[in-house]
Design a protein around this ligand. Structure first.
Ligand code: AGP
Length: 633
């Protein structure tokens, strides 16, 4: 995790670095710091906690330095204290380093440096790096590397070759005031090209205000940025030919646009996201008489499809919940047996190899280390096998330019636009849309769903944006009012069945991560096998009851909770009869068929979590201990 930003050019670096860090704070906010080079010295300022603490400190020591690096931290090694904040420096305070990721062999390197008399000022894995670079610069080899244009670059390259792990670095030195050296090894880093100025960052939003011309570094690459240009090398020191490309990112995408929080803005963007996905994935003019043409256009290469026997999906967190709904759709519509794995578990206990298997990695950021590692492992173990076991990897991501996008040959882009709130909302709904499209695409090709039914489902999907708008228009106020009753609540239970069970999990996760209330999502029928023991008048139960296969069952399970005095909140379109009698509160949603209902039922749960957290005065967009992009395993 953590966010890195760097600048070299003609402007004062400090404000550029701070504005970049603001856009990267979603990657971690335990501490922040920047280092600049000015008048032959490295000026390093760090502060515990959020960026505004650093900003206040910097007001006292701002310089016009035209080179600098910045960091926002999500603590891995060492407590979130100022002494562990980046940048880290060598003993003589000549070299400053910021790092994202983990140096796995840091203990061994730290012991070696300690044995040579180096004193450490932090508990981090990062601090070995400036000490090692400084040691190289102090005693350079008698025969310099003829291929390296600078001793500073050579020092970083030599040190990087001693490190194991997954990391990205930015390094400056008081003795090389015209050079910013950056490294990528399994953690994202992008270089931005301006006019006589260059940038680096862990993610594009940090620098998109300044330039759209970007070059994502690949693993094992090291770049030297000077006011004159950018040179890229591999770790062996060979110069590589690289060119930036222009990204179509709009800087206003990363503004709140009048909403109190990014999360609320992103919840409100969901009707537009669903429309964008429908327009991109579906043929708007298709009807059941056009059986010769597919209604779905995902643009995937044909090699994905032949003889498909199995699908396995790897993902984490909210993306894993989307994958569970994906499994339901792929099995029920396309008839393909599908397994869903936590990426972090799959890597160490993969299922036995099955033939003709499509492996799907779902990750909104495209940078989640567990998901990338699981996919890499799957690729590797299938690579030299007979044809039917060969890897077929598909990524579903909101960031096609991410590491995932460059790692797999087939991608479905989820078209949600950049999501800043740490709690995923619009990207989840977009992932669901990708799964509807993929399942229907496969169903059409395999003829597992009759054309008339395909047409009915697609028509139903086109209604969804309007249904989401209706919930936002009519229910947000109600939910805002309802949460007054939960000021002291410490536990929540969410119940769903069938295709809405993953929505119960997602509702519980949203509430946990932003309100810090303990919440559990359960398949409604499982409650009686244990969790019912938790229930009493202090534990509200939210039940998702959509008409269809399991409606009566969910109502019965909700009755069981009612009998234990739980306050019952129903997410259901049914307002009369049994539902009206048992639910204490109903958050009404439109009548949609059960198969499509998760895209609707998740909306009230997002709003419930948002308003509970906002009412408690919590930091909705940057909840404690979390980071948006989890780039460590
Ligand atoms: C979602 O609200 C969470 N912040 C988290 O569970 C997230 O979904 C998970 O870390 C996976 O992220 P990814 O989709 O970028 O891989």
């Amino acid at each position: 995790m953590c966010g890195i930003v760097g600048y070299i050019g003609t402007q004062a670096a400090t404000e550029i670095l701070l504005s970049g860090l603001e856009k990267l704070e979603y990657r971690g906010y335990d501490s922040a710091g920047i280092a600049t080079v000015w008048e032959g010295e490295v000026n390093c300022v760090r502060a515990k906690g959020k960026l505004h603490n650093l900003r206040s400190k910097l007001e006292l020591v701002e310089t016009p330095a035209p080179i600098g690096i910045g960091h926002t931290r999500w603590a891995t090694h060492g407590k979130p204290e100022e002494y562990n904040a980046h940048p880290h420096m060598d003993t003589a305070m000549r070299v400053a380093v910021v790092q994202n990721g983990i140096v796995e062999n840091y203990r061994e390197l730290r012991e070696q440096l300690k044995a040579q008399g180096t004193e450490f000022r932090s508990d981090t894995d990062t601090e070995v790096i400036p000490h090692l670079i400084a040691a190289f610069l102090k005693n350079p080899p008698s025969t310099p590397n003829p291929l390296s244009p600078s001793l500073f670059l050579e020092a970083v390259r030599q040190v990087v070759n001693k490190l194991t792990g997954a990391f990205a670095l930015a390094v400056i030195s008081a003795d090389y005031p015209d050079e910013l050296v950056v490294v990528r090894q399994q953690a994202p880093l992008v270089i931005g090209f301006g006019q006589g100025e260059f940038f680096c960052a862990s993610d594009t939003p940090a620098i998109v205000t300044y330039t759209a011309a970007m070059l994502p570094l690949e693993n094992g690459e090291i770049a030297r940025l000077t006011p004159l240009g950018v040179e890229v090398y591999n770790f062996a020191g060979d110069r590589l030919k690289k060119h930036p490309r222009v990204l179509s990112l709009n800087p206003t995408m990363v503004e709140k646009q009048g909403f109190k929080h990014f999360m609320l803005k992103e919840i409100y963007e969901q009707p537009g996201v669903v429309r964008a996905c429908l327009e991109a994935y579906f043929d708007t003019n298709w009807n059941a008489t056009q059986t010769a043409n597919s209604p779905i256009h995902l643009g995937l290469a044909e090699e994905i499809y032949p003889d498909l026997e199995q699908i396995q999906i790897v993902a984490c967190g909210t993306s894993w919940h989307a994958a569970l709904i994906g499994k339901h759709l792929l099995e029920q519509l396309a008839g393909i047996p599908t397994q869903v794995h936590y990426a972090s578990e799959f890597r160490y206990a993969p299922s036995p190899l099955t033939p003709n298997t499509l492996t799907i990695g779902v990750t909104q950021s495209g940078e989640t280390a567990d998901t990338l590692a699981a996919l890499a492992m799957e690729e590797e173990r299938r690579r030299n096998k007979e044809p039917k076991y060969q890897p077929r990897l598909l990524g579903i991501t909101n960031r096609p330019e991410s590491t995932l996008g460059r790692m797999v040959s087939h991608i479905i882009s989820t078209l949600a636009g950049i999501e800043i709130g740490v709690a995923a909302t619009k990207t989840f709904v977009a992932q669901l849309m990708a799964f509807y499209a993929l399942a229907l695409d496969l169903a059409y090709r395999r003829q597992t769903v009759p054309p008339a039914r395909l047409e009915e489902i697609i028509k139903g999907l086109w209604q969804i944006p309007r249904d989401i708008e209706a919930i936002l228009e009519s229910q947000e106020r109600y939910i805002e009012h309802l949460v007054h009753d939960f000021a002291e609540t410490r536990d929540f239970i969410f119940l769903g069945r069938g295709i809405n069970f993953p929505i119960a999990l997602e509702g519980a996760l949203k509430l946990k991560e932003i309100s810090y209330i303990h919440a559990e999502g359960y398949p409604a029928g499982e409650m009686k096998h244990g969790p019912i023991a938790l229930l009493d008048a202090k534990v509200p139960v939210v039940a998702i009851a959509m008409p269809g296969n399991v409606y009566e069952k969910v109502i019965s399970n909700a009755q069981e909770a009612k009998a234990r005095d739980s306050r019952l909140i129903g997410v259901t379109p049914v307002k009369e009869g049994e539902a009206a009698e048992i639910f204490d509160n109903i958050i009404p949603v439109s009548v949609v068929e059960e198969l499509l209902s998760p895209i609707i039922t998740v909306i009230p749960l997002q709003l419930l979590a948002y308003h509970i957290a906002a009412r408690r005065g919590l930091d909705v967009d940057q909840p404690r201990n979390l980071a948006k992009s989890v780039t460590v395993e």
